[in-house]
Ligand binder design. Structure first.
Ligand code: GDP
Ligand code: MG
Length: 440
């Protein structure tokens, strides 16, 4: 999805002015991209309609060009659709016990997420009790015990001879004696939505004072996840959703649809198998991720404030003419430093991953910067201006001059090429105000 949308917006960027037809054409592409991302058809239809109404009818926003305005509307509407802000799991006040029931299909990630949540509550100074209500698979009880131990929280289990209702009741009694104010029930899933499971969950809800029913869904199942959420909400009533395996989901379609279909907030996002891989769900970040745009607007604002505009304009010209050399590279590294932490800027860029950020951040280290400077100053002005002439024998000479290994020179040249590519991708990053508005 991200790639697709980036292409769409690249199209908008390069046009400068945006007509009504442009809005329609862009939204047609957005629509296709969203459908491809497995977003619920009705949600897509409404989404596109809303954005179109807003985009065509409204003025171009202050300080933005038409393309940016459409992007902003698309982004805002996505955030709105996903719930606008983060939602916490509501706990009962004081010493009252909050019983949380985890529900979902088999393999969705209930047991793992139960243990992950326990860690979060523990961090907040609570004393959670995890309860093994999955009585169909002995391995499930064992799994919860192991995970509970890893988290340093108590697990309540009674084997597989009792009903989930009885186990839950006994656990709550135990919790009252033991001072556990949060009780999390890990229930049994089924491979598909079925009557047995629903009845079992309904029975727990009827006989136990469940404060929060949380549905755990696998984001990678996309459209299915949305159907599951709809059915669970209808049959047993859910208070919130946790989306797991978002680390493996490149489409993001489920996140966009679930809130719209159920009206229930997404509380957390599972980002991996480790018990620490649970993050608060941020609709704005998710929208950025789905759009694959990063916080491009914020980035432009930042760049606008800090970059020396004349220098930037000049550098951009050079970039365009591929005259961007090592002297400029040094200059641009210093400028980026001025903009406050390279990683904060890079993380806002679309299409740049953690490992790339780490690599570049690493190169920005003060000491390494000095070495880089040393290498660059050992180059002839011609080599600095035109790095492509750096053949192996020139590189060896430079390495000797700077007193470093030739591999370090090679690394720098590679990094330089990467950075040059990166800067070309950054819309408006190196440009002056006027230029930015014109192109984005
Ligand atoms: P349950 O049947 O609903 O209890 O599901 P489990 O908790 O046993 O999880 C099923 C599988 O999904 C396990 O292998 C977990 O490690 C894995 N899993 C759970 N959550 C995540 C997540 O957020 N990301 C990834 N990559 N794997 C997850
Ligand atoms: Mg389980």
């Amino acid at each position: 999805l991200s790639e697709k949308l980036q292409n769409v917006f690249k199209g908008l960027r390069s046009k400068g002015r945006l007509s009504e037809e442009d809005v329609k054409a862009a939204l047609k592409e957005v629509k296709l991209a969203l459908l491809e991302a497995d977003v619920n058809f009705k949600v897509v239809k409404n989404f596109v309609k809303t954005v179109q109404e807003q985009a065509v009818g409204s003025d171009v926003l202050n300080g933005l060009n038409p393309g940016q305005t459409v992007i902003k509307i698309v982004n805002d509407e996505m955030v709105r659709l996903m719930g606008s802000e983060t939602t916490e799991i509501a706990l009962r006040p004081g010493s009252e016990t909050t019983v949380i029931m985890m529900t979902g299909l088999q393999g969705a990630g209930k047991t793992t997420t139960t243990a992950k949540l326990a860690g979060k509550f523990k961090q907040k100074g609570k004393k959670p009790l995890l309860v093994a209500c999955d009585v169909y698979r002995p391995a499930a009880i064992e799994q919860l015990k192991i995970n509970g131990e890893k988290q340093g929280v108590e697990v309540f289990a009674m084997g597989d001879k009792n009903s989930p209702v009885d186990i839950a009741k006994a656990a709550i009694e135990h919790a009252a004696k033991n001072g556990n104010t949060v009780v999390i029930l890990d229930t049994a899933g089924r491979l598909h939505v079925d009557e047995d499971m629903m009845q079992e969950l309904a029975a727990i809800k009827e006989n136990v004072d469940v404060a929060q029913t949380i549905l755990v869904v696998d984001a990678m199942t996309g459209q299915d996840a949305v159907n599951v959420a709809g059915t669970f909400d209808e049959k047993i009533g859910i208070d919130g959703v946790i989306l797991t395996k978002l680390d493996g989901d490149t489409r993001g379609g489920a996140a966009l649809s679930i809130r719209a279909v159920t009206g229930k907030p997404i509380l957390y996002a599972g980002m991996g198998e480790k018990l620490s891989d649970l993050e608060q769900f941020h609709p704005d970040r998710m929208a950025s991720r789905i759009l694959g745009m990063g916080d491009v607007l914020t980035l432009i604002e930042k760049a606008q404030e800090e970059i020396d505009e004349d220098k930037a304009r000049e550098m951009e010209k050079k970039l365009k003419k591929a005259e961007f050399g090592f002297d400029d590279y040094l200059e641009s590294m210093n400028q980026m430093k001025k903009m406050g932490g390279l990683s904060s800027i890079l993380s806002m860029m679309p299409g740049i991953g953690g490992s790339q950020i780490a690599e570049i951040e690493n190169a920005m280290d003060e000491k390494k910067m000095a070495r880089i400077e040393g290498i660059i100053y050992s180059m002839t002005p011609q080599e600095r201006a035109n790095p492509s002439i750096l053949n192996p024998s020139r590189k060896r000479r430079v390495a000797n001059g700077a007193g470093v290994d030739i591999s370090e020179v090679n690394r720098l040249v590679k990094q330089f090429e990467q950075s040059r590519k990166l800067m070309k991708q950054m819309p408006g990053m190196m440009g002056a105000k006027g230029g930015k508005r014109g192109r984005f």
